[in-house]
Ligand binder design. Structure first.
Ligand SMILES: NC(=O)C1=CN([C@@H]2O[C@H](COP(=O)(O)OP(=O)(O)OC[C@H]3O[C@@H](n4cnc5c(N)ncnc54)[C@H](OP(=O)(O)O)[C@@H]3O)[C@@H](O)[C@H]2O)C=CC1
Ligand SMILES: O=C(O)C1=N[C@H](C(=O)O)C[C@H](O)C1
Length: 231
């Protein structure tokens, strides 16, 4: 498979290594200020920055190239990208987190939230920990987890680093080179339940994105990692 990488930072470079090991070819890396010449790519993978994701995804869809995006912090424009993909009869997957483990964790989180739904004595909160270079907070993964909780809760919204009655608190910590840790805690006066996903490196995110690209290459439509993994 011929891959164009949009964004050639920590994730772009990790994907390059793992994709090459799987027999794929990186035919183009597009970083800031590059033009959108995809050099015959079969598929594009975007791990760039929040401000660039919409232009990058649009350029792929306009060029008829299936696109996998893992960039976080741009989701106010998600519906526009879905419409563009449908208009162009293109192919598009976004995931806040491509690792298989986190996608299992998303399902576990929803099941736990469902079980805790009527147990008013427990208060739920979330903590995410990432490296100091991360531009957005809370993480995209934390927002997906929060949506999974809010769907089964009296809480109406989430708040970042604050406590507000009726809202889910997400605490975002930035420490050293932490690849990504997400913790959900249900606490009552008598006990607490905690579930945690801790990435040991970026390899899980990168491998998941490559698997998504392999899966998407010959399809049209808008998909999620749930479709890719059959969850
Ligand atoms: N969904 C998932 O599974 C995961 C998502 N992420 C997300 O992926 C994104 C990238 O993370 P990471 O690799 O760590 O970040 P980096 O900062 O290491 O890489 C981002 C790269 O994008 C480049 N860039 C800037 N502007 C553009 C542009 N217009 N077009 C293309 N590239 C551009 C930057 O170039 P320059 O340095 O020159 O500005 C940089 O090389 C983040 O949003 C992060 O949250 C990360 C891990 C997993
Ligand atoms: O910026 C990162 O590094 C990560 N970003 C994603 C997010 O915002 O959820 C996924 C992962 O946690 C690493």
């Amino acid at each position: 498979m011929k891959i164009a990488l949009l964004g050639y930072g920590r994730m772009g470079k990790t994907i390059e290594k793992l994709a090459t090991d799987r027999g794929h070819q990186i035919v183009k890396t597009i970083d800031q200020d590059d033009d959108y010449d995809f050099n015959g790519a079969d598929v594009a993978i975007d791990f760039s920055i929040p401000d660039a994701a919409v232009n990058n995804i649009s350029a792929c869809l306009e060029a008829g190239i299936p696109v996998v995006s893992g960039t976080t912090g741009w989701l106010d424009h998600y519906d526009e990208m879905v419409s563009l993909c449908e208009n162009k009869k293109g192919a598009f997957i976004y995931a806040s987190n491509f690792s298989v483990g986190v996608n299992i964790f998303f399902e576990l989180n929803k099941q736990l939230a469902q079980m805790m739904k009527n147990l008013q004595e427990y208060d739920v909160s979330m903590t995410e920990v990432h490296h100091i270079h991360k531009l957005d907070a809370p993480s995209g993964t934390a927002i997906t987890l929060a949506e999974g909780i809010l769907d089964h809760s009296d809480k109406k919204d989430w708040v970042l680093d604050e406590k507000e009655t009726g809202k889910l608190t997400i605490t975002a910590k930035r420490e050293g080179e932490v690849p990504g840790t997400h913790i959900i805690n249900y606490r009552s006066e008598v006990d607490e339940i905690t579930i945690e996903h801790k990435a040991h490196s970026r390899n899980g995110f990168a491998l998941g994105a490559i698997i998504a690209a392999e899966w998407l290459k010959d399809k049209t439509g808008v998909y999620s990692m749930k479709d890719v993994l059959g969850l």
